[in-house]
Design a protein around this ligand. Structure first.
Ligand code: FEO
Length: 387
């Protein structure tokens, strides 16, 4: 056990080797499944469990515990609830506290006896004696059933996946510099599509005095100002006067168009970042998508469509729904294809304006470079109008 503060302990596990999370997002720094034990003068609560693969690790940490009154399930996803059946078996007196929606999910996902679950209302408090647990329903962070817990006596907020980071570390807390990229990656990969809901939750949290944040992944924050300010900027900040260009080039033509657009935008005072999708993973793409106002995909035409890696980038962007307002395309081809139509189809429900792109036959010539310059100028005008 590692002490967070008197009577409150971290009892989670480090997953040093995990490189893919949910078989979906890259986790180059591993991750942790944070569980916290809160020992009050009259009762004891475990806040979340751990991934089922590590249930024995958690039970070893709880071996000396004579009684467990509550297990708080902030979130039904298995990286936090997987060990819940084993904990309930070990502590037959314990009751699960969770939102009504979470109760449904737990019953669906795990062998959790229904009679062991007690649902809690938004704002409801459970007293542990000299410690109180106040439950705040905060749905869609990043599932619909999520909630957080506030301990007013210690001013600690247990935030579930909110403010999390995929970072395995021997320390309970690390420097802001160390956690910055894992926290940014976590937000981008997991939370970005839910900005609207999260914005309301951040507003609600601003009225609560928080001295320590205990998330369910990554380090604890004893000074939560940095992580809260970063989240407010990512969630609520306006898109920046920047362009991201996810691209692949097969024989160099697309590369020429990309470089021309980067230079043309730079002449107009707009920083543009090319991102080769052969050498950057989807986590790096997700992070780069957080702020730019425009995303220009760039691709050779392959079997009449976009290169598969560019399709993947476009699909991922549309799924994450970053705050960008404009999307366009640079494409090079030899004998035909409809990459623009394909890209527009991939955008789905992502609310962006499509700007007429550049279709270049063969190696870029004068008119193709002029078309790239025209796109740069259109982006400048659009950015200026969007303010
Ligand atoms: Fe960390 Fe959404 O589970």
């Amino acid at each position: 056990m590692r002490q967070v503060t008197e009577g409150i302990y971290w009892v989670g596990v480090m997953d040093w080797d995990r490189r893919w999370f949910d078989a979906l997002v890259p986790t180059p720094d591993g991750t942790s499944y944070n569980a916290y034990l809160v020992r009050g003068s009259r009762a004891t609560a475990l806040l979340d469990t751990v991934d089922g693969a590590f249930e024995k690790n958690l039970l070893r940490k709880l071996a000396g515990l004579e009684r467990l009154d509550y297990v708080v399930a902030h979130h039904a996803e298995q990286d936090h609830s997987g060990a819940l059946p084993a904990v309930l078996e070990r502590f037959p007196e314990a009751r699960v506290l969770c939102t009504p929606r979470c109760a449904d999910f737990l019953k669906d996902l795990l062998p959790v006896p229904q009679e062991r679950i007690r649902t809690v209302a938004d704002g409801e408090e459970v007293s542990l004696g000299d410690r109180t647990l106040r439950f705040l329903h905060m749905p869609w962070v990043h599932w619909p059933e999520t909630m957080v817990t506030y301990c007013p006596e210690e001013k600690i907020l247990f935030t579930c996946d909110m403010f999390g980071s995929h970072l395995a570390t021997p320390e309970l807390e690390v420097s802001n510099e160390r956690v910055l990229e894992p926290a940014r990656r976590y937000y981008a990969e997991v939370m970005m599509p839910f900005r609207g809901q999260i914005s309301k939750h951040l507003q609600r949290l601003s009225s609560i005095e928080v001295e320590i944040i205990c998330p369910s992944h990554g380090p604890v924050y004893r000074d939560p100002r940095m992580i809260m300010e970063m989240w407010r900027a990512w969630v609520n900040g306006a898109p920046k006067n920047e362009v991201l260009i996810p691209y692949v080039s097969m024989h160099g033509s697309t590369q020429v168009l990309v470089e021309r657009l980067v230079d043309s935008l730079a002449e107009r005072g707009i920083p543009a970042t090319p991102m080769n999708m052969l050498t950057n993973d989807l986590g790096r793409l997700a992070m780069a998508l957080i702020e730019p106002m425009t995303i220009v995909f760039a691709s050779p035409v392959v079997v009449l469509g976009l290169h598969p890696m560019v399709q993947q980038a476009a699909y991922t962007a549309a799924m994450l729904k970053p705050k960008a307002r404009f999307v366009s395309l640079l494409a090079s081809y030899s004998w035909g294809g409809k990459p623009e139509e394909q890209l527009k189809g991939l955008l789905g429900s992502w609310k962006v304006e499509y700007l007429q792109g550049v279709m270049c036959k063969g190696h870029p010539r004068g008119e193709d470079l002029k078309a790239s310059d025209d796109l740069a100028e259109l982006i400048r005008v659009k950015h200026a109008a969007a303010g």
